[in-house]
Design a protein around this ligand. Sequence first.
Ligand SMILES: [Zn+2]
Ligand SMILES: [Zn+2]
Length: 199
Amino acid sequence: MVAPPTTNDHRDIDGLPASISEVPVTIQTACLSCGTPARSASSTFCGRCGLPFGTEPPSHVELPSCPVCYRSSDDDGRFASQVHAGLRLDLPRHVAEHEQHPVGDDDYLESLREGARIRIGRWMAPFDLVRRYLVTGSLDGGRRRQFEHDLIVTAMTQLARFGPNAVILGDQPEWRAARDAVAELMERFHRPAGTRLFA
Ligand SMILES: [Zn+2]
Ligand SMILES: [Zn+2]
C-alpha cells in the first residue's frame, strides 16, 4: 500500500520519478475504487464513494476504467505504467500517461465529430461506439443492438467478426463500402503506430 502523499513532497509524489512529475498533473491522490481525484491535499476519504484513499477496491464494486483506452484497472485499482516498469498508477495518472502515449489520433477523430456522432465517408455513426471500436477492435454488445440499423455499426460488427478481407455470404455493395470506410478510418486513426500505448 502506498502511504498518502504529503503536501511538502512535490518532487516524488507516490514514488513517481521526476520525469513523470513534469507532466502537468496536480492531483495529489485519487480513489482506487472509483478513480475520483482528492478534493484537496488534506482529503483522506473519497468524496464520491467514501473509501479512505489508498484502500483497494472492494470485490463487489466495478473497477475504475479508463475513458481513453477503456481498460479496467487491475484488482488493486491501479494500472501498470507503460513508461516505468513496475510503477503502479491510479486512474488519473494512468490517463495522464496517454498524453505522451495516445491510443490513436484523437485530433483527427475529433475533426470528424459532429456532436454525439462522427462522419465516416457518407455515413454518420455514434461517436463513442466508433471510437471504442477503433481502440479496442470490438463493439459494446448492448449498445450495438441499440444501433443495429446503422450501416456503420453493421460494418464494424462484420469487421470485428470476420476481419477486413472476409467473403461474407449475402454481402451487399453498401456493406462493403461501409466496411472499407471504417477500415480506412481505423488505419488513419492508428497512424503513426509508434506512439501508441496499446497494440
Ligand atoms: Zn471513490
Ligand atoms: Zn487508458
